[in-house]
Design a binder for this molecule. Structure first.
Ligand code: ADP
Ligand code: MG
Length: 375
């Protein structure tokens, strides 16, 4: 019997930068998907998810000849996608499994349960079939699975966080160089995920729309600055100040968000090393304002949640996190003040919104792991 766990993640700063080859700073949190599984002698997968209260069945041998659209919609596609990517990459067959999924990670709340689900199966087969793939390779294969099988053209952040993070650290990720740095988190702060209760409606189509607008901005910058511009990453804040006015709207504001957000991630890393609460607060609020006004992915509930948390005791900083359009905010909160913080933030939010909020006080944890249980 094997037990695999993979955490969700929350991004401290660096939003909508990952698909622009920029910087992000996620933390893996102690809300996780768990899989208890054992190998089968055939190549079938029989899986039950307690979370979804649903059983699925996959034939691993048939998967490679089955186009993603031919699979039933839902979570089976993530499992199938990961299996196909692993088989394609290694040229190997995978072992059939039966198992049960359980989870403490809310789905569809911007905490990337889809990436955690992918990570669980990537680590399961990597261990079971001794594929010897490193964490980065697994992350890229999971990302590919999400692209091809879920139709969500996400960056690498979610999968990297769920697979590579370390306990008590945030994961700085340069999504161009695919380099990481583990940035220690001050022990006196907790990470609070403050879910607005508002489902992330329309997020898929708006997300793809923003990607297109960023691409437009890149193409305009390229005609001005030359072939060296491959992504918004290649435009410095100083250069942007000169040439942004030449861009059409809304590409101009989209680009301004991405370029300024990258600079904020680097400044945040510096401030984190000094546990400089004041600078961190400013950077998180500037990030939220930029996402709200320039990137236009906030909503009244997210704005209300930021205000509610900001004025609660012990709040270091707060901003919307994840793709936006509902979902959650992330706050850093002084550990010693967590009780009054939660009480006051919840009351303030409820007074402003008809949605029921949910607050998760989180510790940072290590990325996905597998262990073999002796029965
Ligand atoms: P997010 O990644 O922000 O949580 P997504 O819409 O990308 O939201 O992914 C949610 C989907 O991931 C669910 O609809 C489901 O298909 C799958 N999923 C997440 N957690 C589980 C689970 N415990 N069991 C089965 N499927 C899950
Ligand atoms: Mg997801």
């Amino acid at each position: 019997m094997m037990r695999v766990r993979a955490p969700g993640r929350v991004n401290l700063i660096g939003e909508h930068t990952d698909y622009n080859e920029g910087f992000v700073l996620p933390v893996a949190i102690d809300r996780e998907i768990h899989l208890h599984a054992q190998p089968r002698t055939d190549r079938r997968c029989l899986l039950y998810s307690e979370t979804m209260d649903e059983q699925i069945e996959l034939e691993l041998d048939a998967l490679r000849e089955t186009p993603p659209e031919a699979l039933p919609t839902g979570w089976a596609r993530y499992v199938a996608g990961v299996a196909v990517m692993l088989m394609r990459h290694t040229g190997r067959l995978l072992t059939g499994i039966e198992g049960v999924l359980s989870s403490t990670l809310p789905t569809g709340a911007g905490l990337s349960s889809s990436a955690a689900l992918e990570a669980v199966f990537a680590v399961l087969w990597n261990t079971l079939d001794e594929l010897h793939l490193d964490g980065w390779t697994l992350a890229k294969l999971c990302q590919q699975a999400e692209h091809e099988y879920a139709g969500v053209y996400c960056g690498i952040m979610d999968q990297a966080a769920s697979l590579l993070a370390q306990r008590n650290h945030a994961l700085f990720l340069d999504t161009r160089a695919l380099q990481t740095r583990h940035a220690p988190l001050p022990r006196e702060w907790l990470i609070v995920v403050a879910d607005t209760g508002k489902p992330r409606t329309l997020s898929g189509s708006e997300y793809n729309q923003r990607r297109m607008e960023c691409q437009q901005a890149v193409e305009t910058f390229r005609t001005i600055l030359g072939e060296g511009v491959h992504a918004l990453r290649d435009v410095s804040p100083d250069t942007a100040a000169l040439y942004l006015p030449l861009l059409p709207e809304p590409a101009r504001r989209r680009a301004r968000h991405v370029i300024s957000e990258n600079a904020r991630v680097l400044a945040f890393l510096d401030a984190l090393a000094r546990a400089d609460a004041q600078t961190i607060r400013q950077l998180m609020l500037a990030s939220h304002a930029s996402l709200r006004d320039d990137y236009e992915v906030s909503c009244p509930e997210l704005d209300a949640m930021v205000a509610a948390c900001l004025h609660a005791p012990g709040c270091v900083g707060v901003r919307l996190t994840g793709a936006g359009f509902g979902g959650a905010c992330v706050a850093l909160v002084e550990r010693a003040q967590i009780e009054p913080f939660l009480k006051q933030a919840e009351a303030a939010y409820r007074a402003q919104s008809r949605y029921t909020p949910q607050f998760l006080a989180c510790e940072s944890v290590e990325g996905a792991t597998a262990s073999v249980l002796m029965e």
